[in-house]
Design a protein around this ligand. Structure first.
Ligand code: ARG
Length: 272
């Protein structure tokens, strides 16, 4: 992707990602009006597969019926409705999620994915749609007061997340005190059973967990040292033609997405 296209895409409104895929990306079989028309038709029938690690409430989780629900899901549904395309959410373990995008097994990823420079090397992101930061979960009676206090304590994280990065930086990547789990709920379970002294994960998820845990067994510890993070929808790297379309930039995030996601947005107030 050219630098310009890349910049345009980064500046593009969130909901523009999908129209772009719909109209221009198709399956990319060259230029010409006829080709463009037929790939637009083909694209109209296509169901875009959205990968998400649905163990991250309130952003993505599975309800009693096994349906994938949450804030991120509402965002993508609103985007898809605006684009007039169909999407299907597929629960995808975090561990393999970026590879699934790369291999073309998923068309999009929405999974509270923090936009990082490193990830930008291997995938493209929509504009940020949510602000976040790391937050520490501890037992109520814990003496932990700030991130530094975790330096020589046992800390649970989800492998390969920005929480993992933060703790790896504090303790050293190879520290045996870092307990890595394949999901954040598993790390939090470990906190409950006393296997770790703290868990570091995204604020929304930690707050949600502490709030919903009967008996006030846990509390959160914030630290201004945590870097600001922003979530983006990821797409496979390299769709320069699509990502540079002016329509992308002018798609109406506010008018189209806000009303549709209002109930979820209200939950945001609950975050912290
Ligand atoms: N925001 C963090 C990151 O991008 C954690 C995301 C984890 N998402 C999930 N659905 N498990 O690394």
């Amino acid at each position: 992707m050219t630098a310009l296209a890349h910049t345009l895409f980064r500046r593009a409104a969130l909901c523009a990602v999908l129209p772009c895929l719909l109209v221009a990306c198709g399956k990319q079989d060259g230029g010409g009006a006829a080709t463009a028309a037929s790939s637009a038709t083909a694209a109209a029938d296509k169901v875009y597969v959205v990968g998400t690690d649905a163990a991250y409430a309130p952003f993505e989780s599975q309800n009693e019926k096994g349906e994938i629900v949450g804030f991120d899901i509402d965002v993508v549904k609103a985007v898809a409705a605006k684009a007039g395309i169909e999407v299907r959410f597929v629960n995808t373990p975090w561990e393999g999620i970026f590879n699934a995008l790369k291999q073309g097994d998923r068309d999009l990823l929405v999974s509270s994915i923090t936009i990082t420079d490193e990830r930008k090397q291997s995938m493209d992101f929509s504009d940020p749609y949510f602000d976040a930061h790391q937050l520490i979960a501890v037992k109520t009676d814990s003496k932990i007061a700030r991130f530094e206090d975790l330096k020589s304590l046992k800390v649970g994280v989800q492998t390969g997340t920005t929480g993992d990065d933060a703790v790896s930086k504090l303790q050293g990547k190879n520290s045996t005190d870092i307990k890595r789990f394949e999901s954040t709920p598993l790390a939090l379970k470990e906190l409950e059973t006393g296997g770790v002294d703290a868990v570091v994960a995204d604020n929304g998820v930690v707050v949600n967990y502490v709030k919903n845990n009967a008996g006030n067994k846990f509390r959160t510890v914030n630290d201004p040292a945590f870097a600001p993070e922003q979530y983006g929808i990821a797409v496979k790297k390299g769709n320069a033609d699509l990502l540079g379309k002016p329509a992308i930039e002018h798609a109406g995030v506010d008018s189209q997405i806000e009303p549709r996601t209002a109930p979820s947005r209200q939950r945001r107030v609950l975050l912290d």
